[in-house]
Design a protein around this ligand. Structure first.
Ligand code: GLN
Ligand code: ZN
Length: 761
């Protein structure tokens, strides 16, 4: 019989129960016991959803983050979290958030652990911190409780832990110490953990080693061999789990490790399955991730069976099947999609976590008993797959025609930057060190209220529009009073920078409850990009024109770029992402040209997520950057010389991509730098960035108001790297999460700093 199992289940809850439980606890409205009870309830519910599997994961649930959980299990807890006392839960949230609950919310003297993206997903984990002196000790509290629950619920559970090498790989040493040097200290604790799990009756343990799908140098590869040789013989059977891509050059390494089974991402690495079978020893289990854990589309069951059946004949009992990776990255249950979600046709193409596990079950039954046993389900699946493939909503011939008609030079500006900037200065005189903001102003409770009322039908379209116009007017007046040079309309009318555009484009659908955890209690509801993208009508022109009508100062048009829309959506899997990105680019280009025709002189195209799309492997990076930059250029560069194009990116790790960024050829780029004290402008040391730059001088992630002196100091540092004539002064990112009383003094200081710098220039 083919064993079915799951690598991880989304823990946030179908109705985001975990989010709300956490927030109640942090506010002080519930006790630690309440929070733990809610956690237990969710685990029980999620195990019930996975009852049909041979093994359900255990330990995949987390109150905040699975990597932070692992740090606690290994006793690697920063001293600053312990120094404040409190129980384990307090310490845990102090590392997660810099404060435990309502009690030390005001203090904020413990800084939160650094967060970064989990491989190439939009999930963020808390980075383990190491020094040369880090020592590890086993703490089994969390797993013990969950094992107990599983026993009581009669769940056949497979504990999940992060493997030792991936754990070290994910971490950062604060004193420059070599992470791999910690391995000898770490391994005994892993051995102890595995032995303890065996003692608790675990049959198998899933040891996650996704670092194996990245580029590893010889030392890391050797460390894998040493580590697993040292763990051999400890604990239950080990299933080494790799995911988020093919193993490529690490395939022989992974297949040679002395473990009892190996899990491969057979969605992205199907081409490796044969080689893996040849490399594995005859008693080793091969678990294949055959259902895509990274997207929301139904699996083509016939096509999957067509290649899986021969594998099953070869492997027999040694074959296990699972989703490609943890289902953490997809929404919980399509049954939660009510009238507000995608229409019935789009819904019929989708599978969320619960549906993906059903697919897995069907595949196992078809393998074990023949396709006839599940014929009806297979026919229904094939019909859905065919309907999607043939749908007129997926394929719009006008889109292909428009792309084909695009001139080869469509992504190139007529003149180089220096010439453009002279042309722009002639029609748009700006002082040196021009000041601007990134786009959004505070999204006040009033704005959110109006949006809710519009949704509920309590405001009609005209009333809603009037309310938003009033907000825009307020925002324009505030900017004029502050004396900013280039104004924005403030984005009051936008719920989210991708959703707002997706809602106005053909090819997008939106779920009602398709929440995916981003970090901690924060969730996102990614748009579902199912078909050819087309802009039926202008999206922002009226708002921008209205805002411009209120002021004599230049008003920036504000758009979200094609790459960011792509990277923050669930994207169709029936054509290359690059192709979909070009369609998005064309839609944005249409909007850019309409804005230009409407007299808008400055247009900003945000590419907040461009960097996030970088493939895990170096070898894939150039190709990605080439099509991503190309898409931006198509979107932005159809304008005349006098139109100034801005772009914005919310990060500053540019060292490895600076040449690609320069290739985008935006006239001005605004980036994040203030948090790192401009250190990240180091990228500009080795590369002469040709266009203008606005290094963020106001960290909008913090409630702190920067002083005029601080801003001047940051700009002076920037001017050592970039000629002052090409510097702009602006915050790090949009201001929508801040309040007016934080934003106004900060921007006042920013404008004052610009005046001081100009006077000194
Ligand atoms: N224009 C957007 C804003 O200001 C940019 C947001 C972002 O970069 N994440 O909100
Ligand atoms: Zn930003």
């Amino acid at each position: 019989m083919t064993i079915t199992h799951n690598l991880g289940f989304p823990r946030i809850g179908a109705r985001r129960e975990l989010k709300f439980a956490l927030e109640r606890y942090w506010r002080g409205d519930s006790s630690a016991a309440d929070l733990q009870a809610e956690g237990a309830q969710l685990r029980a519910r999620h195990w019930a959803c996975q009852a049909a599997l041979d093994f359900a994961p255990l330990g995949d649930f987390s109150l905040y983050d699975q990597v932070l959980d692992m740090s606690f299990t290994l006793g690697n807890v920063p001293a600053r979290a312990r120094a404040h006392g409190g129980d384990l839960l307090d310490q845990y949230f102090r590392v997660a958030r810099g404060r435990a609950g309502a009690a030390d919310a005001a203090c904020g003297c413990v800084h939160a652990g650094e967060m970064t993206k989990w491989f190439d997903t939009n999930y963020h984990y808390i980075v383990p911190e190491f020094t040369a002196a880090t020592r590890f000790t086993l703490d089994t509290v969390r797993l013990r409780e969950q094992l107990q629950e599983a026993r009581e619920a009669g769940v056949r559970a497979k504990p999940v832990i992060i493997g030792p090498l991936t754990y070290l790989w994910l971490g950062k040493s604060s004193d420059g110490a070599d992470r791999l040097a910690l391995l000898p200290a770490l391994l005994p604790v892993y051995a102890e953990l595995l032995d303890w799990l065996a003692g608790e009756g675990a049959e198998w343990v899933q040891v996650d080693e996704p670092a194996l799908v990245t580029d590893l140098d010889a030392r890391w590869r050797q460390a894998y061999e040493d580590a697993y040789a040292a763990l051999r013989g400890h604990g239950p059977k080990l299933l080494l789990a790799t995911y988020f891509g093919a193993l490529e050059d690490n395939l022989p390494l992974a297949c040679g490790l002395p473990v009892d089974g190996l899990h491969l991402d057979a969605v992205h690495g199907r081409g490796e399955v044969d080689a893996a079978i040849a490399l594995l020893a005859p008693q080793q289990v091969l678990s294949l991730g055959v259902v895509d854990g990274r997207n929301v589309w139904k699996t083509d069951l016939h096509a999957t069976l067509a290649w899986l059946e021969p594998v099953h004949r070869r492997l027999g009992e040694r074959l296990w099947i699972a989703p490609s990776c943890s289902l953490l990255h997809v929404p919980v249950d399509l049954a939660g999609e009510d009238g507000a979600g995608p229409d019935a046709e789009v819904r019929s193409w989708l599978a969320f976590a619960v549906q993906k596990l059903d697919e897995l079950q069907l595949l196992a039954r078809a393998l074990d008993h023949g396709r006839v046993q599940v014929q009806e389900a297979l026919i229904a699946n094939a019909a859905a797959i065919d309907r999607r493939r043939a749908s007129a909503r997926v394929h719009d011939p006008r889109v292909a025609a428009a792309l084909a008609a695009l001139a080869p030079q469509a992504g190139r500006r007529a003149s180089p930057h220096a010439q453009r900037s002279a042309a722009q200065a002639a029609v748009l005189p700006l002082p040196c060190y021009p000041t601007t903001t990134i786009g959004s102003f505070p999204q006040t409770p009033d704005i959110r209220q109006a949006r809710l009322q519009r949704k509920r039908g309590e405001l009609d379209e005209a009333q809603y529009r009037a309310a938003m116009q009033a907000e825009i007017a307020r925002c324009v007046r505030a900017q004029e009073a502050l004396g900013l040079d280039v104004l924005v309309h403030g984005e009051a009318e936008r719920n989210d920078m991708v959703e707002y555009f997706g809602e106005q484009l053909d090819g997008f659908a939106f779920s009602a409850n398709g929440w995916v955890q981003s970090y901690g209690s924060r969730c996102v509801k990614p748009p579902i990009l199912y078909g050819d993208v087309r802009r039926p009508r202008p999206m922002t022109v009226e708002w921008t024109r209205y805002a411009q009508s209120l002021t004599g100062k230049p008003m920036k048009g504000m758009l979200t770029g094609p790459v960011t829309m792509l990277n923050w959506s669930f994207v169709r899997d029936d054509q290359p992402r690059a192709e979909t990105c070009r369609q998005l680019a064309l839609a944005v280009r249409d909007e850019v040209l309409d804005l230009e025709r409407a007299g808008v002189r400055i247009i900003q195209i945000d590419e907040a997520a461009l960097r996030e799309g970088l493939p895990l492997r170096r070898a894939g990076r150039d190709a990605y950057l080439a099509w991503a930059v190309d898409a931006f250029r198509i979107a932005a560069n159809g304008v005349h010389d006098v139109t100034q194009i801005h772009t914005h990116m919310c990060y500053s790790e540019f060292n490895d991509i600076i040449a690609a960024i320069a290739d985008m050829d935006a006239d001005v780029i605004t980036i994040e730098t203030s948090r790192s004290n401009m250190e990240l402008l180091d990228a500009f040391d080795g590369f002469r960035y040709p266009n203008a730059i606005g290094p963020g001088v106001y960290d909008i992630h913090s409630p702190n108001v920067p002083s005029q002196e601080q801003i001047i100091e940051l700009m002076r540092r920037a001017a050592t790297r970039i000629p002052a004539g090409r510097l702009w002064i602006n915050p790090d990112c949009g201001l929508k999460t801040r309040s007016w009383d934080e934003v106004l003094p900060a921007l006042e200081n920013m404008v004052a700093a610009a005046r001081t710098l100009r006077a000194a220039a």
